[in-house]
Design a binder for this molecule. Structure first.
Ligand code: LIP
Length: 268
């Protein structure tokens, strides 16, 4: 019987090493940086160095297994990739990292045929580690995680995000304006992996965003699901948009999904 838990140990150990590097590099890494899809989509030397470290260590510990990383690419859920693929976000929440907001992560997941079986989300700023293995629960620093028990949409806290492209941001802002009167409140924290972990911990009752990369949700989505959340990943949400990611406590998942559809989330 396949046991994914040893893969969590590998993701955790390497994530900690990369997290330490990210912290060491911050003073210099934020001085000059490049941009990618838009002028606000930044990548720093620390992003690149972190991914390089993770790739090197995975090739040592898991030789021959393919790696998908945000900065250097790789197989992205390709059906023809047999066996395990590692999925890496070297710094998730790069804008937070740039501004010194201590809410960013190194996210490492192992996927089997495109589905996550093990994952670790390491917070370099605090040393906290979020983990999950499929079928074995979700944990924060070894303590079990459980989603919130909320059943009232109007008393729920919803996390969300924005795309980098300005034209899409306006449509997204219209959606969030509509959602603001349907829930308790909204939170935009800037790191998808940690938003998904927050759902797992009951710090958010739900989270929704478009345009995430596999590296953004591969570990956090498993952690949320193993903590009891309803998790729907890109490609499974026709009403919310082909590139939508959704996670919610079970008590409000249907109501939140419906409210997002009514608010036009699926049309951004
Ligand atoms: C970020 C995501 C966040 C999203 C940002 C960005 P990055 O990832 O974690 O949820 O709203 O636009 O995509 O770019 O920091 O790895």
């Amino acid at each position: 019987m396949f046991d994914p838990r040893p893969l969590v140990d590998i993701a955790t150990a390497i994530g900690r090493e990369a997290g330490a590097l990210v912290q060491r590099m911050r003073a210099s890494a934020v001085v000059s940086f490049d941009t990618k899809s838009t002028s606000t989509d930044v990548v720093t030397a620390a992003d690149r160095a972190s991914e390089q470290l993770v790739r090197t260590r995975l090739s040592e510990l898991r030789p021959g297994e393919p790696i998908l990383g945000e900065e250097e690419g790789g197989p992205d859920g390709d059906a023809d990739v047999e066996g395990l693929t590692w999925v890496v976000d070297p710094i998730d929440g790069t804008v937070n990292y740039l501004y010194g907001i201590p809410w960013y992560s190194v996210s490492i997941a192992a996927q089997l045929d495109g589905e996550s079986v093990a994952g670790a989300v390491v917070e370099p700023a605090t040393g906290r580690v979020w983990t999950a293995a499929r079928g074995h629960g979700a944990f924060l620093d070894g303590e079990p995680l459980h989603v919130s028990a909320t059943t009232d949409l109007s008393l729920s806290l919803l996390g969300y995000g924005f795309a980098y492209r300005p034209e899409r941001r306006q449509r997204q802002a219209d959606t969030w304006a509509s959602m603001a009167t349907r829930v308790r409140d909204l939170r935009r924290a800037g790191a998808a992996s940690l938003d998904l972990c927050s759902v797992a911990a009951g710090r958010l009752d739900a989270y929704a965003e478009h345009g995430l990369g596999r590296w953004d949700w591969a570990a956090g989505g498993l952690i949320a699901a193993e903590a009891g959340a309803v998790v729907r990943l890109p490609g499974s949400l026709p009403e919310l948009g082909e590139d939508a990611t959704f996670a919610a406590a079970p008590g409000i998942a249907d109501a939140m999904y419906g409210a997002l559809v009514e608010s036009g989330f699926g049309k951004v």
